[in-house]
Design a protein around this ligand. Sequence first.
Ligand code: ADP
Length: 498
Amino acid sequence: MAQAQPISFNRHPYADGSAKKMLIDGQWVNAASGKTFESHNPATGELLATVAEGDKADIDSAVAAARRAFEGPWSKFTPFERQNLLLKFADLIEKHFDELSTLDTLDMGAPLSRTRAGKLRVLGMLRFYAGQATSIHGETIENSLPGEVFSYTLKEPVGVVGAIIPWNSPLTASIWKIGPALATGCTVVLKPAEEAPLTPLRLGELALEAGVPPGVINVVPGYGETAGAALAAHPDVDKVAFTGSHLTGQAIVKASAGNLKRVSLELGGKSPDIVFADADIDAAVPGAAMAVFANSGQICSAGTRLFVEQRIYDEFVGKVAEFGKGLKVGNGIDPEVQIGPLVSQEQLSRVTGYFDVGQKEGASAVVGGKRLTEGNLGKGYFVPPTVFANVRDEMRIAQEEIFGPVISAISFKDADELVKRANATNFGLGSGVWTRDVSKAHKFAKAIRAGSVWVNCYQAMDPAVPFGGYKMSGYGRESGIQHVEEYLNVKAVWIKTA
Ligand code: ADP
């Protein structure tokens, strides 16, 4: 098969520097305020598009459109029709996948080697949700009431969903919200991250082409404090599905209190990745390294607290550092590049700030630890894969989410105490265990307080397998039938038959 060629930025049909409107009620419109913001390529600083900047007024229009659609013809779509629509949407995404994955690369920096590799997962997700559309069912429940009273449950769509997504994986994040919403018969107002609005807008266009009725999917780009906050607080939104930082998650929960809307939160993490001396080291080195370096560490479940058994600590940490050094960092539009830039100046300041914090706390950067500025890298927000050794549990670099390609390597001796140490975090999203000992693997899988445990692998994901957090990593699950349930209400029906 011929290798797909990279599309250069100025030839990309959706990132040619031109103006982009927002999608409300099936129409492409400017912001009510007339305001716009710019979207730039974080690898080069080049302007990709000028985007309509939605705020409260636009959110109000979009929510009204979503409500009309929810109560209008969309409510008459049968499960089979919703399934077919999702399958058609998936086919269109498949047809345009190179374009969409390139747009993700241009807008937020993840290399093509990563965004293109997501094809099967993205398509699998939509097709999984399509299947779920025809699997929704209530139950008949035997009750103990005297007389003849029959009881059963109905599952009904929750209504208008406000979907607020981050920038670290715009295509996947959009599908993760649109898929279950359409499967269940909900409607959506999607608020992309201000750093990366282009793929969600293009998806809105493809949804219309697939035949999604006006108002069922609305896409309103804008800033978090304005458009995002308006959506979270909106009295006519029935559910907010949010992915992002725990601080914003807290703001959203507070904002949701006005109408007690349902909220699901997929937040940050500081996930432990544990390597025992009996592990298959050749597999654990790249596994533990890419558990953090993938997407430049901008993944909520990244295995950033690397616990390594003391007797292999120096050797293992050295090998992970070597591996990191060998990764090609650069503009992700080059298909050979493995590590792209960070998404923004803000992220760059945050990550380089933690480089300083780590040094001051007494950890030593075995590799990386400084911004990259040679040649063209100086035009973007590049940092190298970084490994801090001699990290102690209480250091800030072992406690706080950095959201960069930064491993904090911590040594351990006592496996029993390790469980406590691994769980000594406010977060609980991912976790990893590398060992050849199956009983150790099971023991840790049970003891770790996190929504996912990966044994001898990391970041394995499947549309049918639930993903989500414990503790301050949030609540609710994405993927799996649990995800679909989050978009449904349960109604109990009682019928006296006597
Ligand atoms: P990050 O810090 O990684 O950018 P955020 O949690 O700030 O993560 O952003 C994730 C999403 O939440 C973005 O779409 C952003 O615009 C939105 N957002 C930020 N602040 C708020 C807020 N106060 N209310 C609602 N949404 C917000």
